[in-house]
Design a protein around this ligand. Structure first.
Ligand SMILES: [Zn+2]
Ligand SMILES: [Zn+2]
Ligand SMILES: [Zn+2]
Length: 299
């Protein structure tokens, strides 16, 4: 599996419109954070995690020409509002060499978009024109919303060679969905846990992740800023979560403009003394730190 970070910033993105702080004016490319999204490639399959308002530019920057299915965490604008730009991937022949052909949009069952029932309801409301049968052909994506509720440890989502387990998270009082991606290679499990926009991970979800993959190879975790926040993990909470899940590598995402990439790296290093599990991981070749846009990780 190869996961490319398309965006690692909070809902404002970084730089923030109109802000003149040192991070928003930074020349370090790693301080430019689009809204959170990731692209996961495995063999012939390619998956998108969230589809925010910058999806088009993210896709062009990353050279994306294929999306087999989409996993949406929740319906907040920074994670969903690029949905219309999935049009080019939303019919089965989108990556056919003969593309574009007239009315390709009417072929196939549509692009599978996995989400929970709240997110599906919000998607139908916000993008009502997509679901209103007013005309055939182009102009709107053809999508197939799939409720993740029936799926779990004993009944994972199967896409390509992967098993994907939805992981319930709490984002303030809103229930959202993280995803655990697992690939079995010769009996060995490779895994990436993608847990964004959370202020609490229920014990049952911690147990679910551990029972499905032991310790993840990669944990991608909401880590907004140093200061506390009502609906997001701050850095300490993200480190605390990593300490419990014990991944080989931990990657912070959904970061604000409060700290530069280098400052977050320094902060994490300075805190490892209080997180012995993570300190040991770093000592033995693992890592803990901020992700940045265009970074890719593999396992
Ligand atoms: Zn968000
Ligand atoms: Zn700023
Ligand atoms: Zn959110």
């Amino acid at each position: 599996m190869k996961l490319t970070f398309l965006g690692t910033g909070t809902s404002h993105g970084v730089p923030v419109i109109g802000c003149t702080c040192s991070v928003c004016r930074s020349d370090d490319e790693r301080d430019k954070r689009y809204r959170c999204s990731a692209y996961l490639e495995d063999g012939d399959s390619a998956f998108l995690i969230d589809v925010g308002p910058e999806f088009r530019v993210q896709a062009l920057r990353a050279g994306i020409s294929k999306v087999s299915a989409v996993f949406v965490t929740h319906s907040h604008a920074d994670h969903l509002n690029g949905l219309d730009d999935l049009r080019v991937f939303s019919h089965t022949r989108a990556v056919d060499p003969s593309f574009p052909q007239k009315n390709n949009e009417t072929h196939g069952s549509g692009l599978r978009i996995y989400a929970d029932s709240n997110c599906i309801r919000d998607t139908k409301n916000r993008f009502d024109y997509i679901f209103t049968p007013v005309k055939e052909g182009g102009g709107k994506p053809k999508i197939n919303l799939v409720d993740v509720a029936p799926y779990g440890k004993d009944n994972p989502i199967r896409e390509g060679q992967l098993e994907i387990i939805p992981v319930p998270l709490m984002h303030g009082s809103l229930r959202v969905t993280g995803y655990l991606f697992i690939k079995k290679i010769s009996g060995v499990k490779k895994s990436i846990a993608y847990l964004t926009d959370c202020s609490c991970i229920p014990q049952s979800s911690i147990d679910l992740i551990k029972s499905c993959c032991g310790t993840p190879d990669h944990l991608v975790i909401d880590a907004l800023r140093r200061e506390p926040h009502s609906t997001h993990f701050n850095f300490e909470q993200a480190l605390g979560c990593a300490q419990v899940l014990n991944p080989v590598h931990t990657w912070f995402i959904h970061m604000t403009h409060n700290m530069s990439h280098v400052q977050v790296e320094r902060y994490v290093s300075s805190r490892l003394e209080d997180y012995p599990v993570l300190k040991e991981r770093v000592r033995t070749g693992g890592s803990v730190g901020p992700a940045y846009d265009t970074l890719f990780i593999e396992c």
